[in-house]
Design a protein around this ligand. Structure first.
Ligand SMILES: Cc1cc2nc3c(=O)[nH]c(=O)nc-3n(C[C@H](O)[C@H](O)[C@H](O)COP(=O)(O)O)c2cc1C
Length: 181
């Protein structure tokens, strides 16, 4: 029996240092996990990429492939972008494709792939009016944006607790798209 495939995409926010726990949680629920990082996130994690590839069994992807390169990952059943930064969230909602993971989710809804997004941002970033607009646009498109009650609640600046980022809520939302989980 093949297991469903979760693309877990992460942008450059501090919870990324705990991504291995999130991967193990998803794998324990029956997911095959492929990890994608924004280029900035990949830089933050450069000392851990080999270990994350060993954990997932797949190459960690962060940049656009060359046109002649083949794609080694299985097709996704669900894409989960968590943590997503203010930068990547706003770019996605505006239809911009500045990084490979954002480019993938910009196309995903049009392809019919279910997508979950859970931001990580403080109250100062969240106060920018584009953030609420972006959340509204993405929800209108059908993306499950876990923001506010039941998802990410912005913290006061300087009071982030990255070890407590609620990855399980994002994986719960992904599970709901796959009946056998
Ligand atoms: C230590 C540190 C913590 C950061 N935390 C956040 C964060 O929680 N949320 C956020 O939106 N941006 C955060 N940023 C800023 C992003 O890393 C920055 O906007 C980056 O360009 C995002 O790129 P990406 O969306 O391609 O990953 C942080 C930056 C640093 C250096």
């Amino acid at each position: 029996m093949t297991t469903p495939t979760l693309y877990l995409f992460c942008a450059a926010a501090p919870p990324i240092h705990y991504v291995a726990e999130a991967i193990e949680n998803a794998q324990a629920r029956g997911w095959t996990v492929c990890l994608g990082l924004t280029p900035t996130a990949a830089t933050w994690m450069e000392d851990h990429l080999a270990g994350l590839e060993a954990l997932t069994g797949h190459r960690v992807r962060s940049t656009y492939r060359m046109p002649e390169d083949t794609i080694s990952w299985p097709a996704p059943d669900v894409i989960c972008f968590a943590p997503i930064t203010t930068n990547s969230l706003n770019a996605w909602a505006l239809g911009l494709t500045p990084s490979w993971p954002v480019g993938v989710v910009v196309e995903a809804v049009g392809k019919g792939t279910p997508v979950v997004a859970m931001p990580c941002m403080n109250q100062a970033l969240a106060a920018h009016p584009q953030v609420d607009r972006s959340v509204a646009v993405l929800r209108e498109m059908g993306v499950a944006v876990l923001y506010g009650e039941g998802g990410w609640v912005p913290n006061p600046p300087g009071q982030g607790r990255p070890a407590e980022y609620p990855w399980h809520l994002a994986v719960d939302a992904a599970d709901r798209f796959v009946p056998q989980l």
